[in-house]
Design a protein around this ligand. Sequence first.
Ligand code: SF4
Length: 202
Amino acid sequence: MGCEMEGREEAFRQLQRQVSACYDCPAMRHVHVLGEANGPLHAPVMFVGEAPGRLGAARTGIPFTSDQSGRRFQALLAAAGLRREEVFVTNAVLCHPDGGGRNRRPAPAEVRACSRWLGAQIGLVRPRVVVALGEVALGALRLIEPHAYSLRAHAGQALPWHERLLVPLYHPSPRAANHRPWQRQVEDFRRLGDIVKAFTPR
Ligand code: SF4
């Protein structure tokens, strides 16, 4: 187990080096948010968000910190009974989609370009449960292994995908509250906590 973990850690460091040398998306601010702060390599649960936010991960280097989405994500994690240090958190794209001083939705070509790095993270962490936070994440996972799931039909459900379980959830940003009120999101995350308890060794 020790050797296996060391091998995974070295492979992760190599992945970090490859990612930090990637400039495939010219319109991105190249913050390359991938490192130890994303979470442990043996995490049973991986969350996939959209992109490092201007006031969040693009500034701190840690996904879902310091901005409103980060604060809401922490509260939702607590509702699920999960601790930040036991889960791996990443994004569909690892650089900041700069929309002239604002967050913009990553372009399909950018999501496609970064899907190889997302696939590599999933291959290294090997989570039992993958949580897609929002449509962009759900679409990015579809590029790695096709699925026919949608947020509208499948939010909060544990679905078979790529030899794991995929749980689609709404993104924690205040913007998503237009589609999923806060209390519904809390209930979704509570259900996620039950799924994690049922399907992962702890
Ligand atoms: S978003 Fe991903 S693919 Fe695009 S430049 Fe950054 S690391 Fe490379």
